[in-house]
Design a protein around this ligand. Structure first.
Ligand code: PGA
Length: 261
């Protein structure tokens, strides 16, 4: 049921911060966030691969309530895949959440729906949760193709998952034209797309599964627009890029709940 899904605010650092900077980032973030934030919102950080071991050590030794995430992985467990990292390697570092199918992976690195489907399944098989990304380009939106694009991505990328696997999933709706551009979808447009996503899940896996899937909005989220986005009934969290690089700004996004009560 709406309202019972626990919000999740995730910081996708992309290719920013070396491991020294990463340690400072999480220490500062943990210092600024207060227990009331953690009581109502799950907060995850998604550093680059080279930082993950350092961030894991800091989170665990200081007993921080931050959730450790990754930005990407391969779907195979091992093999001749130069430069890749397997889901099992991430699971061994207590990574809990892995972003799959981010639009930058799809657009810049040519990941297909099929790659994304294999990755989501591999992440789940390793006991972690995918943050499955979908979203339309500006041209697709202007042509009225938002719903079809998002529906197609969700169906193709999540095909074959069981109800149980789906129920714990996180899906991020990220309109590509809003990522890193300073342009944000209006709360109403973001809500409309997230509702479509939930509808696709309901159609494929049943209404109760759809009611438990957490859906994030991403694309130029800032402290100023976070509360209005989070007030929408089908938006359960935020996937934050640029604004997650500054612990003060990210903590102000997490604190959206103080403004909407
Ligand atoms: P942005 O990135 O917040 O910088 O727009 C969001 C994302 O790519 O996840």
């Amino acid at each position: 049921m709406p309202g019972t899904r626990r919000p999740l605010v995730s910081g996708n650092w992309k290719m920013h911060h070396n491991h020294f900077e990463a340690i400072q980032m999480v220490q500062k973030l943990a210092y600024i966030l207060n227990p009331a934030d953690h009581d109502v919102v799950d907060v995850s950080v998604h550093p680059p691969f080279t930082d993950i071991r350092s961030v894991q050590t800091v989170i665990e030794s200081d007993e921080m309530r931050l959730v450790l995430g990754a930005q990407h992985c391969h779907f195979e467990e091992r093999g001749a895949f130069t430069g890749e990292v397997s889901p099992g390697m991430l699971a061994k570092l207590n990574v809990a959440l892995v972003i799959v199918g981010h639009s930058e992976r799809r657009e810049v690195f040519g990941e297909t729906d099929d790659d994304v489907r294999l990755k989501a399944a591999a992440v789940l098989a390793n006991g972690m949760t995918p943050i499955f990304c979908c979203g339309e380009t500006r041209e697709e939106r202007e042509a009225g193709g938002t719903d079809a694009k998002v529906t197609g991505q969700v169906k193709a990328g999540l095909a074959g998952l069981s109800q149980d696997q789906m129920a714990g999933l996180v899906i991020a709706y990220e309109p590509i034209w809003a990522i890193g551009t300073g342009l944000t979808a209006t709360p109403e447009d973001a809500q409309a797309a997230c509702r479509v996503v939930r509808g696709v899940v309901a159609e494929g896996w049943g209404q109760s599964t759809a009611d438990s899937v957490r859906i994030q909005y991403g694309g130029s989220v800032k402290p100023v627009n976070a509360p209005d986005l989070m007030m929408q009934p089908d938006i359960d969290g935020l996937l934050v890029g640029g604004a997650s690089l500054d612990p003060d700004e990210f903590a102000r996004i997490v604190a959206y709940h103080r403004l909407i009560g």
